[in-house]
Design a protein. Structure first.
Length: 305
């Protein structure tokens, strides 16, 4: 891919935030589709997908909802559609992974290790939380986001059968060594795409030296040509700090309401496209422009929708 290009991924709704945090979070199938189309028009080549129970906004991993979202987006955009296999709190790997054989997407997420995933500080904020939202957030005090070696082998098998390319989510540097083990065991095969996620409570922090360390470790383990990479920062201003650093380092980036709800310190984003537009403007300062879906597919080695 032209070095002047950058692949922008937009994570539209997520599986850990709750609706009380922002009215901009899309909940229904129609809302998620509209947000995805607008984000693609703003410059996102990849759309990272979660779904929610339409009546409440509770995160779910409902294959029927995914099917409707994917169908709606495919009618209106050629962006790469990337369903999650991360799901949300309390979901089993079988539930989380069901979208892969059902939809056989060209790309889906693959989480590279287990870790604490805490959102409970959000419950202390002055928010009009529904009962389920408060329980969901408080429950993350005791939540381990489970991705055992057995889980990862199971998911890799489903992806291979579906010809789905994994985007490997790396939340902490030790997970790169998990990936090395899976490569040695023949479970994963380089080259692959790594998504470095910084800022989750329970994993690596949004700090410049941490992203540099993770990228350099991956280069040591897999070789400079053994992977492509993107980075995502959680929260504000972390989302844009990580985006700026990824641009400087020649990587790709992810933004979206799954990860951050603010477009400026004192202003909540009104849409995912607000966040995409801001990062596209940021990329222009580094003489980089958004890659098209076709360019992203070629660079990431995808088979097409």
């Amino acid at each position: 891919m032209d070095s002047g290009k950058v692949i922008v991924t937009c994570a539209l709704t997520g599986g850990m935030t709750v609706p009380a945090q922002s009215p901009a979070i899309p909940i229904t199938v129609a809302q998620i589709v509209e947000e995805g189309v607008a984000a693609a028009e703003a410059g996102a080549a990849v759309l990272h997908l979660h779904v929610r129970e339409e009546a409440t906004g509770r995160p779910v991993q409902d294959v029927e909802l995914f099917t409707r979202v994917v169908a709606g987006l495919r009618e209106r955009t050629d962006a790469v559609l990337q369903p999650t296999t991360g799901g949300g709190r309390g979901m089993t790997i079988t539930e989380r992974a069901a979208v892969v054989p059902a939809l056989e997407p060209e790309m889906a997420t693959f989480n590279a290790g287990s870790f604490n995933f805490g959102l409970y500080p959000v419950a202390r904020r002055d928010l009009d939380l529904q009962d389920w939202e408060r329980e969901y957030l408080e429950g993350t005090r005791d939540y381990v986001f489970r991705n055992t070696f057995s889980d990862m082998e199971y998911l890799a098998g489903l992806m291979k059968a579906a010809r789905t390319r994994p985007e490997i989510e790396i939340y902490d540097v030790g997970q790169l060594y998990n990936v090395r083990r899976l490569v040695a065991d023949g479970i994963l095969e380089a080259p692959f795409n790594l998504q470095f996620v910084l800022g989750v409570l329970g994993a690596n922090a949004v700090e410049a030296d941490q992203l540099v360390h993770m990228v350099r470790t991956a280069e040591r383990l897999f070789g400079v040509g053994g992977f492509t990479w993107s980075a995502a920062g959680i929260g504000y201003p972390g989302q844009y700090q990580v985006a700026a650093l990824a641009l400087v380092m020649g990587g790709n980036l992810r933004v979206g309401l799954e990860d951050n709800l603010r477009v400026r310190r004192g202003e909540q984003a009104k849409s995912n496209s607000d966040l995409v537009t801001k990062v596209v403007d940021l990329a222009a300062l580094f003489d980089r422009t958004p890659a098209s879906p076709a360019e992203a597919r070629e660079y990431l080695g995808l088979r097409g929708a």
